[in-house]
Design a protein around this ligand. Sequence first.
Ligand code: UDX
Length: 431
Amino acid sequence: MSAVAVVGTGYVGLTTAVCLAELGHRVTGVDIDKAKMARLRSGEPTIYEPGLDELMAKALERGRLAFTSDYGEAIPEADFVFIAVGTPRGRRGEADTVFVKQAAKSIAGAMKKTMTIVNKSTVPIGTGNIVARIVGENLRDEIPFYVVSNPEFLREGSAIYDFMHPDRLVFGSHDEPAARAVAGLYSKLDTKILITDLHTAEMIKYASNAFLATRISFINEMARICERVDADVKVVSEGMGMDRRIGPLFLDAGIGYGGSCFPKDVKALARMAETMGYHPELLDAVMEINLDQRTLVVEKLREVLGGLRDQVVGVLGLAYKPNTDDIREAPAIDVIENLLQKGADVRAYDPKAMPLLKARMNTIRYCDDPYGVATGADALLIITEWDEFRQLDLDRLKSLMRRPVIVDGRNIFDPKTMRDRGFVYRGVGRS
Ligand code: UDX
C-alpha cells in the first residue's frame, strides 16, 4: 500500500483517485475548489460515471480516500503525487499547461521527502521536463524527486471499467526505476506494461487519440465515396473489421467525433508539429473531414427538403456520444447553428444533455421526448445514437410528422426498413 496524492479532482483525477484507493492505496485528492472538496468528502460524486459512487463510498468508508484543498496536508506524506489537472485548448489550438505548472509549483512548495511526481494530464511533449524544472526551482530543500508520465486512456461513460481493465499501461521517465515504481501501483491489474522515456510516453497518448480520430475520418471519407458508387459503408466497415490487421472498432461512419479529447488532442498535436517545423498533412485532413461531416448532414437535409427556410427540423441527440450529458465540441452545436443560420425552425431532444445546452443556447425549442420533437416536423435529424432512439415507435413518429423525412447522422436504422415504413430516409454512406 502506498500513500498517493492526486492533484485535480476533475474527470480524470477523481476516477484515478477512487480507483487507486480501490487497488488498496491510501489516496488524498487535492483541489483548489473548496466547495467541491466538501461535496466529495461527504461522499457526493461531482461527476457522473457508472460505478464511481459505489467505489467512492467504499473507499471513504474504509478510510482510504480523503479530499483536501491544502497541499500541505496531502503532499508531505505522499510517496507518489499524480497531476491530473485540465489542459484546456489555448488560443491557437495548443494545449494550455498553465494548471500543470501551477500544480508543480504548489507540490514543490509542500514537499518534505523524496517523491515521484506522475503526470496523468494530456500535455505537450516535453512538459514532464518542464514540471521537473519547476519543481526543482521551487523546492525549499535539496529533496530528490522523479517525474514519470503515465497517460490515461479512459473513455467517458466507462472510465471506471477502463481504469480497471486497461489494454496497456504506459510509464515514461528519465529514471527507469521510478517508472517501474509507478507501474507497481497498478500491480493488481492484469495487463501489458510499457516502460519508456518521458517524451515517448507523452507522445503515445497523442498518437493513440490521433490514430483513433484518423480511423473515424477515414471511414467518413469512405462513406462519402460509398454514396457516390452506391455501396453501403456499414457493410464495408464490417468487411474491413474482419481483417485482424484492421479490427472492427472505431469504424462507425457518422457525423464525426466530438468530446473533450479527440478534437483538442488532434489539434494540439498538429500545432505542436507545426511549432517544430513540420506540416502535419494527415492530421489537418482528419480535422477537416471531421468538421465537414457536420455540414454534410445539413446539406443532405436541405437537398431532401428543397431548402431549409421556415422548415421545422427536429434534432434527436445533443451529447457528443450516448450515455453522457457532455456537449463539449458536440457536433450538435455546429449543426444547430448552421440550421438556424439557414432559417430553419429547430426543436431538440436529448435524454441527458438538454440542461447543459439550454444554458448555452436558448433560441431553439426543447421538447420532453422524441415524439414532441416529431410533432409537426418537416424532418428529423439524428445526431447521437442513444438506445432510446433505436426503440422509437416508427409508425407513431411518422403519423406525428408533417413530412416523413429522417436524416440519420449515426446510421442507427436500416435504410430499406425505413423506406418500407414510408420514410424518406438518408443515412451516412449508405446506398
Ligand atoms: C476518447 C478516447 O477513447 C480515450 O482513450 C481518451 O482518453 C479520451 O478520448 P471519449 O472522448 O470518452 O474517449 O469518447 P469515445 O468513446 O472514444 O468517442 C469519441 C468520439 O468519437 C465520439 O464523438 C464518438 O461518437 C466518435 N466515434 C467513435 C465515431 O464517430 N465513430 C466511431 O467509430 C467511434
